[in-house]
Design a protein around this ligand. Structure first.
Ligand SMILES: C[S@@+](CC[C@H](N)C(=O)[O-])C[C@H]1O[C@@H](n2cnc3c(N)ncnc32)[C@H](O)[C@@H]1O
Length: 344
């Protein structure tokens, strides 16, 4: 079968990178066809495990908004005929609505919704339109002159990312990244439910919250007791229980159990304190200390400012940088998200 993913367009690369990373670590195999930014088709995806794939994608993804099962691909010339050729009773039981989403097209939303709705009604018995609470939602995605006729299978929960913004948590301290990016970084680390994830600069716990919500076991540490304690308060607030927090300088970190993933936002810039570590040395010290706390097949996903060149530091310790993405924060700062693994 084929699935149509509608993704956020708030970054040109991260939504796709996140989707690919989740598919890779969860062994979801499909051919990925990028139609345009924000619109991706997963082809040849197996029907057999589809319900578990829906569960995994819904639980994990941050930057994908909707996933639909494609029934038919069409175009302007054949649209009416193609809509009429579908046996709608296979898909609609009771009430339905048609909703259109447009990408780079002049074709109108309302006209297409009305046209499709009336063609479906004219060709089926015992079904009704219900625009506010339909039992089946038919999603028609129009890209240029192409139409993807689909049934909605997943609508991801955007409300969580709104409700868990840093200032809405019980313990707040400036410098926590937005929860959607934190979720994406957790996903880029290829960690899975039940595996151990560490954030050694845990601050208020923004990254750990997102990892906890997808089912990871967590360890968080921070040089300041107040932050370690704040992380625990925030994790408790979200009902996350499988965690331990420590008050420790990253240079002293020694885990009994090596971790499957490290996801972190090290301190940098004038506003963040790094204990007594000077400037870029925090990154060197971090790499040195974290290497032996990671399993050989673990990934590290971290943020850093564009003016720090991680490559030579990572190289020296025995790490390879496998992916990097830039996020422009303002005129003089781009944040770099790097995915790193041990050299093999
Ligand atoms: C950018 S903040 C992390 C923000 C975090 N992701 C959040 O959601 O709040 C960096 C954190 O590193 C901690 N830190 C600074 N120097 C450290 C060190 N040498 N070892 C461990 N933690 C340190 C700071 O106390 C701060 O909480």
């Amino acid at each position: 079968m084929e699935l149509l993913c509608i993704q956020s367009q708030e970054h040109p690369e991260l939504p796709l990178a996140e989707l690919k990373a989740v598919m890779e670590c969860e062994n979801i195999s499909a051919e990925i066809d990028v139609i345009t930014e924000g619109l991706v088709i997963l082809k040849n995806i197996s029907n057999d495990n589809i319900d578990s794939y829906y569960e995994i994608l819904t639980r994990r993804l941050g930057y994908t908004h909707e996933i639909h099962e494609i029934i038919k691909e069409s175009n302007t010339d054949n649209f009416d005929e193609d809509i009429l050729s579908i046996n709608w009773s296979e898909y609609i039981d009771g009430t339905f609505a048609v909703r259109v989403k447009r990408f780079n097209t002049e074709i109108g939303t309302v006209a297409t919704e009305r046209r499709a709705g009336s063609l479906i009604l004219s060709n089926s018995d015992n079904i009704k339109v219900n625009l506010s609470r339909p039992e089946t939602l038919i999603r028609i995605v129009v890209h240029k002159n192409d139409f993807y006729i689909a049934i909605e299978r997943i609508k991801l929960n955007k409300k969580h990312f709104e409700d868990s913004k840093p200032h809405k948590r019980p313990f707040f301290y400036p410098g926590s990244m937005n929860p959607k990016l934190a979720r994406c970084m957790v996903n880029l680390s290829r960690v899975k439910e039940g595996q151990l994830l560490l954030d050694p600069f845990c601050g208020t716990g923004g990254i750990l919250i997102e990892a906890g919500l997808i089912g990871c076991k967590l360890v968080g540490s921070d040089i300041y007791w107040k932050m370690k304690n704040g992380t625990s308060i925030n994790l408790d607030y979200y009902g996350i229980t499988d965690y331990r927090t420590f008050n420790i300088d990253v240079r002293e970190l020694k885990m009994y159990e090596k971790v499957m993933a490290v996801v972190t936002d090290p301190p940098y810039g004038i506003s963040t304190s790094t204990g007594d570590i000077e400037g870029e040395d925090i990154f060197k010290e971090f790499f040195k200390s974290i290497y032996n706390n990671m399993r050989d097949d673990a990934y590290l996903c971290m943020a850093s400012p564009h003016y720090v060149d991680l490559k030579p530091m990572a190289d020296e310790i025995g790490f390879d940088i496998v992916e990097q993405y830039g996020i422009k924060m303002h005129r003089s700062l781009t944040r770099i998200i790097s995915v790193i693994c041990k050299k093999h």
